[in-house]
Unconditional design. Structure first.
Length: 197
């Protein structure tokens, strides 16, 4: 059986891909057929990476999103995250507007010492003083991170990946022009795209 049509055609090579491939070559050398094949393979790898990150968020986002209302109690929030095997969820109002995000770290911060506090803060806490900036409350609205860091469906994947890395977060709610939730982009979604290149 002929499977030649099953594979996706290789991406077109740009000048930048060729230049990047040349930089990948260890030293200056006369070009032999083997060198040419190596150069082509390197340029093709650069083209595939460029093609993968040139895509936009809406192509890889998850459209079925686990959300929480702002009035949900913290036990409900913990149960929802655990049942759906997610480490965080957008908090949305009844119309679907994203108000913030609640993560496992937000919930864990209520029962322990959150990251970023000093030893002096720990000593004060042990003596009965509240932690500086420690969130308290019994609802999702009281502990959520706000404003939520969001992206639009047309945001390039490369820009979304840089935002996730710079802010050290695991997920980005995807919103339309009216700030209504339309999906969510997780770091795992980007990794999945890069693994298929």
């Amino acid at each position: 059986m002929d499977h030649t049509h099953d594979a996706a055609p290789p991406p077109a090579l740009s000048i930048e891909d060729r230049q990047a491939a040349l930089r990948d070559m260890p030293t200056y050398m006369d070009i032999t057929p083997a060198d040419l094949q190596t150069l082509y393979t390197l340029a093709l790898g650069h083209a595939r990476a460029r093609q993968g990150t040139a895509r936009v968020v809406q192509e890889i986002m998850t459209t079925t999103v686990v959300t929480l209302p702002p009035a949900a109690d913290l036990q409900t929030a913990a149960q929802v995250l655990a049942e759906h095997h997610v480490s965080g969820a957008p908090v949305v109002d009844p119309t679907g507007v994203v108000l913030g995000v609640v993560s496992e770290a937000d919930l864990l911060g209520l029962v322990g010492l959150p990251r970023g506090h000093t030893f002096r803060d720990l000593l004060r806490h042990l003596l009965g003083d509240p932690l500086p900036g420690q969130k308290t409350g019994t609802t999702v609205a009281a502990i959520m991170t706000t404003p939520a860091i969001t992206v639009e469906p047309t945001t390039p994947i490369r820009a979304a990946a840089q935002l996730l890395s710079a802010r050290r977060i695991k997920r980005l709610p995807v919103v339309n022009e009216a700030q209504h939730l339309v999906g969510i982009l997780a770091r795992a979604d980007i990794v999945r795209v890069l693994s298929t290149l």
